[in-house]
Design a protein around this ligand. Sequence first.
Ligand code: SF4
Length: 471
Amino acid sequence: MNTFFIEQFGCRATQADGAAIERQLREQGSILARDSSTADVVVLNTCTVTAAADAQARDAIRKIHAANPAARILVTGCYAQRAPEEIAALPGVSFVVGNSHKPQIPRLLHSIAHLQQPSRSETQFAGVELAPPTRSATQDFPHQVAPILSGNVFDLTEVLVAPVLGGEGNHTRPTLKIQDGCNSRCSFCVIPFVRGRSRSLPPETVLSEIRRLSGSGFREIVLSGINLGTYGRDLRPRAGFLDLLRRILEETSVERLRISSIEPLDVTQDLIDFFASDDRIAPHFHMPLQSASDRILAAMHRWYRAEHYSRRVELIHDRLPNAAIGADVITGFPGESDADHVATLDFIAARPFTYLHVFSFSLRPGTKAATLSGQLPGHRIKTRARELRSLADSKSAAFRRSQIGRRLRVLTLGRDPADDPDLTPALSENYLQVSLRAAFPPNQFVDATIASETGKHMLAEPLGTTAFCGN
Ligand code: SF4
């Protein structure tokens, strides 16, 4: 019987795909190895959002091959979709499977389970056509290249479903991906090319997964997707994201639901009212901003302008003054002037953001932004990123201090063995990281008063725990 190991990279959506592959491989009898050095098959689930992510994947392939030369390495994910020939030519790679064909990985691995050696020249496996090595790849690279399973059509690719456990919060807060792909064409973004058009998990499947997780004792569930606001527009009958949230609260007993990220124009008054109406949904809005210069937003092919975004922040802050409001910001987009950068800094400084994710622009082959003139030198992008991160730190600190004296319900998380045994890490509904002054097991709701600041965490005094009321 085959053993396998999955190395994960990238965003929650990619990790959700990895979790689904793991579930499928286990269901067909494969055994999860302790690590990649002992596995018969290593699946690398890659990201390609930046050049650094590509380099990280190539480095991992090299290291796995050096440590375990007998392993078959199957590379999948967004990098495998974007540049399959490049990956197929790397030593040690046995298969390259793009996102378009990810659901076929279990069948492919099942069919090769009995083979002793990788068969690099085969172009037919498991009834699935594998592309033969491309001419360019064989010319550019002296050794033989691995077969490729990838295509441009994603429409028949189902959304892979399996909750992701891990990351911050250890095994306490599962993430459930309910939507994949994106119909937009932001000029910097490679995601629509590597994940295809928007596709959604049917509401009944979402509900049954949430019931299953709640029934297993999980108290907070995070819904994720590439573009969550477009959830359900592809389904027949059509479904809507807000309707899905309503149904989840009405038809399941999940105690806390959080959404991972949503585009600003999908944050409507109705959605905000809904968030304000039920404390089972975490008051936490992560809305990508990218820039607050209208000139740069237009060049990015973003469909809102700074004033539209600002209106959403005002609406949230009016109804939910203690909500977490986070944003992604890209600095150093081609043509971004000092004035554009200052406009973004001023916009953020004047609004109640509670945290930011700052990204340096990374040129992605195949995107419109890669062809634009006015690419900025790396040192200028670094300086701007530093300024934005420093502003983000001061906004986060101001938010943390504003919470002192408030009573919040926090969810306890797992603790590292090296952590202070008298403190328990926990997360509030409004995404405040808290150290509870007492020892609690993970996955407990504790009412606590926020007492003081300690670094980037808040110290909190526990008032009492709440009982689990699952299905
Ligand atoms: S909305 Fe824009 S940035 Fe987000 S995945 Fe779609 S194309 Fe990329």
